[in-house]
Design a protein around this ligand. Structure first.
Ligand SMILES: [Zn+2]
Length: 175
């Protein structure tokens, strides 16, 4: 499971705790749990100075605390983590041969690549396929993850109580 310190900008201790989007971290934790491993965070939150130093985009989501670069060095790791990342709701992916950028910035769904080659081609194609199956993939999160609907339980309980009431006080009164 990820800790907020995993997302610190290298030049600012405690910046993960201070600036990382909690929803972003929660999504990554759900993905790691579903995939069975938690890829190392190469880069999480970035101060503007650190972002400039590593050549990040001027308006990088890393500076909003809503982006991470996950170390994904092997094909088998990629095949395990990619469906989980889509399943938990990531819709923006930067594809490299050794890492995956994911973010939940409020921008439209997008997949882009860093460089080329056979491995990147494979990953790029696979992510696009997975995004096409995103609703189906929600199933891989399992019962526990999908059970976050307390209102559904309340409605079912009320319906059940109404049925009991009807049976005992309305129907029985007729006989
Ligand atoms: Zn990134």
């Amino acid at each position: 499971m990820y800790q907020l310190t995993d997302f610190d900008s290298p030049d600012a201790q405690g910046s993960g705790e201070r600036y990382m989007d909690r929803n972003h971290v929660a999504m990554l934790n759900r993905a790691g749990k579903a995939a069975g491993f938690y890829p190392k965070i190469n880069s999480g939150y970035r101060t503007p100075a650190h972002n400039a130093k590593v050549g990040g985009a001027e308006s990088s989501c890393h500076m909003e605390g809503k982006a991470s670069d996950l170390s994904v060095r092997t094909r088998s790791d990629f095949d395990r983590i990619a469906p989980a990342l889509v399943a938990v709701g990531f819709r923006r992916f930067g594809v490299a041969s050794t890492f995956l950028h994911v973010d939940n910035c409020s921008r439209s769904e997008a997949v882009w690549t860093y460089g080329g080659g056979a491995e990147i081609d494979y990953r790029n194609k696979r992510i696009r396929e997975l995004l096409g199956q995103q609703w189906y993939l929600a199933d891989m999160l399992g019962e526990e993850e999908r059970g976050d609907r307390p209102w559904l339980r309340v409605i079912l309980l009320v319906l059940f109580a109404a049925m009991l009431y009807y049976y005992f006080f309305v129907l029985k009164g007729r006989f």
